[in-house]
Design a protein around this ligand. Structure first.
Ligand SMILES: C[S@@+](CC[C@H](N)C(=O)[O-])C[C@H]1O[C@@H](n2cnc3c(N)ncnc32)[C@H](O)[C@@H]1O
Length: 312
């Protein structure tokens, strides 16, 4: 990973996307005032240009501008779908049926896997009574804690759990941080699966399954295979190199894509039944948010799966 002290740059980019969308896209359904607060001044200034449609002159600045603008379009439906899946599984709002006739127990713990600059613990009032565990790569987590500064969480401070999914013991780290295996958990895994190998994804799913009491909910954002994706990434790399702009994807390459059927099987063997699996394109159409980057929206999906039986 490539930012401050090796912190994730893609985490900054998606945070910029949320800051761009805040108050402009999906109004009434999407709101993230924390996104701007997590950004450094130079990162904010690009957001301000996009929000005011101040298209910069020159290739390099234009490339960064377009990446951040496109990110706003993707982040609005992605955030709304995940926020709503979280709210449904929280005690205060009652439970959504996991399957016809099966009630989802209300979850009292939230684990955010690869949290980046996720602002939910600081912005979702519904989480005031929920124990939040933020798991992330140690470098990204250090960076976030510096950026959070005096920002006040809605409830107790999140438990920060530094874990590199490619080498650390997630189960031991969660247990040491106070995560309880016997209590239902909501798991958010947003924008991380693409950066992990298939082996790292299945290994993490095994631990998630093992630590999910009945009534737990797993929410995964993932990318589906797209023949044109490597071409698009190659073009972005080339343009970044030519214009001498930092490309967040260079240090964080995509490592795995999943068909909906393959991910359904992978979560199914860990005891989760899929209740929703929508493309961001469908979600954007339902929300009425802009659809200028149809391909990116089509290739991103949000899966929601519920645990109806306790772990073996
Ligand atoms: C695109 S950001 C997404 C951040 C956040 N979930 C969001 O949607 O705003 C990718 C995140 O995955 C984390 N990540 C990538 N590879 C990782 C690894 N091997 N171990 C732990 N975290 C990792 C990065 O640190 C970063 O926070």
């Amino acid at each position: 990973m490539g930012g401050t002290g090796g912190a994730s740059r893609t985490a900054v980019m998606v945070c910029q996307g949320r800051a761009v969308a805040h108050g402009r896209l999906a109004r009434g359904r999407f709101d993230d005032p924390t996104a701007r607060a997590f950004l450094l001044p130079a990162e904010r200034s690009i957001v301000d240009k996009v929000r005011s449609e101040a298209v910069p002159a020159g290739w390099g600045p234009r490339l960064t501008f377009e990446m951040v603008r496109a990110c706003g379009e993707v982040m609005a439906p992605r955030t709304v779908a995940i926020d709503e899946a979280v709210r449904q599984a929280l005690p205060a709002t009652g439970a959504a049926p996991a399957e016809p006739g099966v009630e989802l127990a209300a979850a009292a713990q939230l684990v955010i896997l690869g949290a980046g600059l996720d602002g939910r613990a600081w912005r979702m009032a519904e989480l005031a009574a929920t124990a939040v565990f933020e798991v992330d790569h140690p470098a990204s987590q250090r960076d976030k804690r510096d950026r959070a500064g005096e920002l006040a969480p809605v409830g107790a401070a999140p438990h920060f759990v530094p874990v590199d999914f490619s080498r650390d013991d997630l189960a031991a780290a969660l247990a040491a941080a106070g995560h309880r295996r016997s209590v239902p958990t909501i798991w958010i895994w947003e924008g991380v699966v693409p950066y992990l190998t298939r082996g790292e994804v299945t290994r993490t799913l095994r631990i998630v399954g093992d630590r999910s009491a009945a009534g737990s909910r797993l929410i995964v954002h993932y990318h589906t295979p797209a023949p044109s994706a490597p071409l698009g990434r190659g073009a972005a790399r080339l343009l970044s190199a030519l214009s001498r702009q930092a490309n967040p994807m260079t240090r964080e390459p995509n490592r795995s894509v999943w068909t909906p059927a393959a991910l359904r099987r992978a979560v199914g063997v860990r005891g989760f039944a899929v209740t929703r699996d929508d493309s961001l394109l469908t979600l954007a159409q339902d929300l009425g948010t802009p659809i200028q980057h149809r391909r990116s929206l089509r290739n991103g999906r949000i899966l929601v799966a519920d645990r109806v039986s306790p772990p073996a």
